[in-house]
Design a protein around this ligand. Sequence first.
Ligand code: AMP
Length: 460
Amino acid sequence: MAKFKEECGLFGIFNHPEAANLTYLGLHALQHRGQEGAGIVSSDEIKLYTEKGIGLVSDIFSKEKIDKLQGNSAIGHVRYSTAGSSDLANTQPIYVTSSMGKMAIAHNGNLTNANKLKKHLEQNGAIFQTDSDTEVIIHLIAKSKKKSFLDRIIFALKKCEGAYSLLFLMKDMIIAARDPRGFRPLVLGTIKNSYVLASETCAFDLVEAETLREIKAGEIVTINEKGISSCSPLENQNKKAFCIFEHIYFSRPDSYVFGSSVYMTRKQLGRQLAKEHPIKADYVIPVPDSGVASAIGYSEESRIPLELGLLRNHYVGRTFIEPQQNIRNFGVKLKLNSIKEVLNKKKVIVIDDSIVRGTTCRKIIKMIKDAGATEVHVRISSPPTKDSCYYGIDTPDKSDLIANDLSVEQIRRYILADSLGYLSLRGLRNSVQKFSKYNVKNNYCVACFTSKYPTEIESR
Ligand code: AMP
């Protein structure tokens, strides 16, 4: 079974003559959510068509491939997963033929009881083709004795624990579902007479769709020729657990997730950081791109000018996310370079969103000092990352997280910073609330900072 470490993005569209083309564009806008593989399945109401590949969306889909994806409805998926399960078989949407007809499924998140469910299914004769937890959902749907697809999906999802934002494509409908805690985002929009679905609103902007609303936590939405209908059979008394890391790092700043602007929230994290950890310096320097929005906030609050002391080469995948270990050794240099003119003989405050293993931060600080900076003060716009994510963000094992066993002072020494300050959990929660339409402060999953998981984790 796959380790609980997958990052993904979803896009779907119902009833549009350019369904495959728009899905391709939507996936392109969601590329930051996964760079390892992508797929699109379309439907012309008679047949389902599928194209998948390894790599970036723009490399996988040629015009010829998109032309093969016929019909007015489609769903698509971008994914990253840890080594071992990066083959084509694990690339989604997964496409199956069942007694109910053909179906494709795309999943963002991770089930936390997948091993248990899989064992049970195998004991009852199921044969698995992939090591992805998404296949468990397919087997549960196939096993259900219910008559309609919707009821079968409800049957399956009632057995699943953990994080799932899902899109299902059948020949004449799309079904979208979100787990009752709402770990991962999923939004609904329209383009003229068509409905669209996406992990983030930035995909809607590109295809010129209008955002209608979020799919609610625990909600299942069916879209077919009759229009749209909704039910909430998965809703329960559990508190919501929206992933706070979507705001800190994962979502694109031009998106709205969980009811608020990612950019405004991220900037507020920087403002709050400046209040919690002030220091005198010549410049505020963002680590591009992850630290930019919070560095603007820090600079505005502290009135210390923002300067670009680091430049990013965008044509390299995220070093963190490269499956091959050997590229990590020089990954930072491939990705970032310093601007000596800015840094020489200056005291600087360097802002990033998080420290995971600590290796990137250490190399960045060395680069800044090599460029002549006299003092480097590091400020991080989230609390220390102490534990792994089991709900769909790729974090290393707990033992590889620098904050798991080192104190802030020990981390400061390791990364060679003159001072180090992390945002407090309280400051983070308040900042996220500030730009939200809803009362969400205590509705976030913060397990990577507190180790308090909202669900049971079966294989730790
Ligand atoms: P590290 O060297 O492991 O401490 O890497 C820290 C860097 O990784 C920071 O610049 C973060 O912006 C970035 N980062 C944090 N979480 C993730 C993630 N899930 N995927 C990719 N990059 C990440």
